[in-house]
Ligand binder design. Structure first.
Ligand SMILES: Cc1cc2nc3c(=O)[nH]c(=O)nc-3n(C[C@H](O)[C@H](O)[C@H](O)COP(=O)(O)O)c2cc1C
Length: 217
C-alpha cells in the first residue's frame, strides 16, 4: 500500500508531540524567516527605485516638451502618468499656422535661418530637477527651434537627460545629437521615438522603455 506522506507527517506530529517541541520551534522560525524574506521582497521595488534615485541624485523628474498638433503631448502625458514629476509644454510667443503645409514652410525657414523663437513660458527652478525628459516632434530632421532656445538658455550640466520624440518616419533625426551638443556635460539615457500616428496608444512601449532604462516607479 502506498502511504500518504502527508498523513504520515501528521501522525508523527500527533504521536510525538512532546518530542516535537523543538521541531515546532523550527517551523515557527522558518515561518518567521519566510515572512521577513517576503517583506524584504515586497520592499525590493521601492529599494530599487530608491537606489536609482540615489544613483541619479534624483528628486522628481521634469518632462519638458514642445508639441504642435498634440502627438508629443500625448506621449509626454503617458510618461508623466508613470514617472510623476512636473510637465512643461513649451510655447513660443509667435504662433504656428494650423495648416500642415504652412507649418512645414515656417519651420523650414526657421531652421535655415538658425532662428531662436522667443519662449512664452519657461522654468526658473531647473536646479531642483536631476532627471529631465526632453520631448519634441521631429521637424525637418531635428528638433523644433524652440527646443534650441530652451537648451541654450539653461545649463543642464550634471543632469540626466531622457529624450523622446514623435515623428512621421524619420525617428529622432539629428535631434539627439543636437541635444548632446547643446548639453555637453549632461548624461543622456536611451530615448524613445514613437510614430505620431501611434502616440495615443504608446502606453506599452512607454512602459517597456521606462523599465529598460530603470525609470519605472
Ligand atoms: C514642420 C514639420 C516638419 C516635420 N518634419 C518631419 C521630419 O523631418 N521627419 C519626420 O519623420 N516627421 C516630420 N514631421 C511630422 C511630425 O514629426 C509628426 O507629425 C509629429 O508626431 C508631430 O508631433 P506633434 O503633434 O507633437 O506636433 C514634421 C511635421 C511638421 C509639422
Amino acid at each position: 500500500m502506498i502511504k500518504d506522506i502527508r498523513q504520515s507527517e501528521t501522525d508523527h506530529t500527533e504521536k510525538h508531540s512532546l518530542q516535537n517541541v523543538p521541531a515546532k520551534r523550527g517551523i515557527r522560525m522558518r515561518k518567521l524567516c519566510a515572512g521577513v524574506l517576503t517583506g524584504l521582497a515586497a520592499l525590493w521595488p521601492l529599494h530599487a527605485s530608491a537606489a536609482h534615485a540615489a544613483e541619479t541624485g534624483a528628486s522628481k523628474p521634469l518632462i519638458v516638451y514642445f508639441s504642435h498638433s498634440g502627438n508629443t503631448r500625448a506621449v509626454a502625458e503617458l510618461i508623466h502618468k508613470r514617472v510623476g514629476g512636473d510637465l512643461l509644454e513649451l510655447k513660443t510667443t509667435h504662433a504656428y499656422p494650423s495648416e500642415y503645409k504652412a507649418t512645414t514652410e515656417q519651420a523650414k525657414k526657421e531652421l535655415n535661418d538658425n532662428f531662436r523663437p522667443q519662449l512664452a513660458n519657461d522654468i526658473d527652478n531647473l536646479d531642483s530637477y536631476d532627471v529631465i525628459f526632453i520631448g519634441y516632434p521631429t521637424w525637418w530632421g531635428t528638433m523644433p527651434m524652440a527646443l534650441f532656445t530652451f537648451l541654450e538658455k539653461h545649463d543642464l550640466s550634471g543632469k540626466t537627460i531622457v529624450p523622446f520624440c514623435t515623428h512621421g518616419g524619420s525617428g529622432f533625426g539629428r535631434g539627439k545629437e543636437d541635444i548632446a551638443r547643446l548639453c555637453p556635460n549632461a548624461k543622456m539615457l536611451e530615448g524613445l521615438s514613437v510614430r505620431g500616428s501611434n502616440a495615443a496608444d504608446a502606453g506599452d512601449d512607454v512602459d517597456e522603455w521606462l523599465r529598460d532604462i530603470g525609470m519605472s516607479k
